[in-house]
Each structure stands twice: as structure tokens, then as C-alpha cells.
Design a protein. Structure first.
Length: 200
DNA sequence: TCGTCGATCTACT
DNA sequence: GTAGATCGACGAG
């Protein structure tokens, strides 16, 4: 059920982003397992993508994780407040990454509510990349962790969405990326309440 | 060493 | 609808 190492080695990060819709993401943090299935992703297409931190083959202590062999987690802090979870793909030296923007929770909902300091289940529990990381207990301490380990991993449980149910649209929050911001690198399940707000 | 600003979310008017 | 939170990474000097 757990996705294999080779699954992440594909060079086609956009196709992988599409394929990850409907896959199950789990974390086991503080011996609590939480997770759900992915309903929204965004692809970051390596050094030619202006929206990527690694654009122009920029290698720094932070982006080094993205240059690793596919199949590890890339976690980083944004706006000084929010941590975001990405999946690194492709081979070593190819900084491809997929941002998980939203999941539909299926396991450990109580723990997620507690982490988000919410009392009732609302769609915004895991809607948006910052919220997903928070709810799953993801922090920078698991940066570069392998997705084959027991802390964070992805499973295929046979859930599948056909092309009519999945939309491909331009990305959000990357307007500084000029023409690359227009590329249809964002995928989501149409009508799913956990998909983050803009163009629902 | 310093100044700028971000792959966002929430609260408040 | 809009502003504020809040800090580390990055690039310029």
C-alpha cells in the first residue's frame, strides 16, 4: 500500500501531482497517527520554474533538500509563521517538488483538531498548505525525512478520481513568478469542501 | 551585517 | 475586504 521509492523518481512532476490526488498521506508524530487523502496539490518544476525556491539552480542550505533523490519531505517556513509540506520527486540534482495544499482527513481527527485548537470539524481544518502541516503535526524537524520511514508516508488505497473530477488550474500565491504563474500546475478535486478557497 | 519580503492564515472592520 | 502577525532566508554592500 505504501508508495514505493521508485514512484517518486519520475521526471514528470506535473503528472505525479495529478496522480497524487486521492492518495493517502499519513504522519506519526508523538506516537499519534493522523492523515487523510490528498485533494489538492501544486507542482514546482525545478530550475526553470520561477515560482520554485530552486529556480536558476539556486542551491542554498534551505533548498538543498529539493536537490535530493525523490521520495523525501521538504518542509519550510513561510511568512515566519506557517510551515509547508512538500514531496521531493525525480532524481538527485533535479529540484522537483509537490506542495500538498489540502487533504480530506480520515484518521486522527481529534488530534488534528487539538493541534489546530479547534473544537468542531470544519473544512478549514486541513484547507491550505499551512493548515495541512499544522494539523498533521509537520514541522521543519522532519525536513528531508524519507517517505519510506514510519514518521511520514503516503499510501495508495485504491481511491481514484477520473479526469472529470480533477481540475488543473494556475497556481496560487506565486504572482511574482510572472508567466510561470499561469501554468496549470495546480490540481484539485472539484467540489471537495477541503480544497482551499480561491477558485473552488 | 542589514534590509527586504515571502509557495499564508486569521481576525477584525 | 483588508491588515497584521512574525522570522528566517537571501542578496546586496
Amino acid at each position: 500500500m505504501k508508495l514505493t521509492e521508485t514512484y517518486y523518481h519520475s521526471d514528470d512532476v506535473v503528472a505525479l501531482s495529478r496522480d497524487l490526488i486521492g492518495k493517502y498521506l499519513f504522519t506519526c508524530i508523538d506516537s499519534i497517527t493522523t492523515g487523510g487523502y490528498i485533494v489538492e496539490t501544486e507542482a514546482y518544476n525545478g530550475i526553470i520554474d520561477k515560482a520554485s525556491h530552486a529556480f536558476g539552480n539556486r542551491q542554498t542550505p534551505r533548498t538543498r533538500t529539493m536537490f535530493m533523490q525523490g521520495g523525501v519531505a521538504y518542509v519550510y517556513l513561510c511568512y515566519g509563521i506557517h510551515e509547508m509540506f512538500n514531496i521531493v520527486t525525480s532524481g538527485e540534482g533535479q529540484p522537483h517538488a509537490i506542495l500538498i495544499r489540502a487533504i480530506q482527513p480520515t484518521q486522527g481527527i481529534d488530534a488534528m483538531l487539538y493541534r489546530r485548537k479547534m473544537s468542531t470539524l470544519k473544512p478549514n481544518l486541513t484547507s491550505g498548505p499551512g493548515s495541512v502541516a499544522k494539523a498533521l503535526g509537520i514541522s521543519r524537524s522532519i525536513n528531508a525525512f524519507s517517505l519510506q520511514g514510519d514518521t511520514i508516508w503516503i499510501e495508495d488505497r485504491g481511491l481514484d478520481f477520473n479526469d472529470d473530477q480533477v481540475a488543473a488550474v494556475p497556481r496560487v500565491g506565486v504572482s511574482y513568478a510572472a508567466e510561470d504563474a499561469l501554468l496549470p500546475y495546480r490540481f484539485y478535486v472539484k467540489g471537495n469542501p477541503y480544497v482551499s478557497k480561491p477558485n473552488k
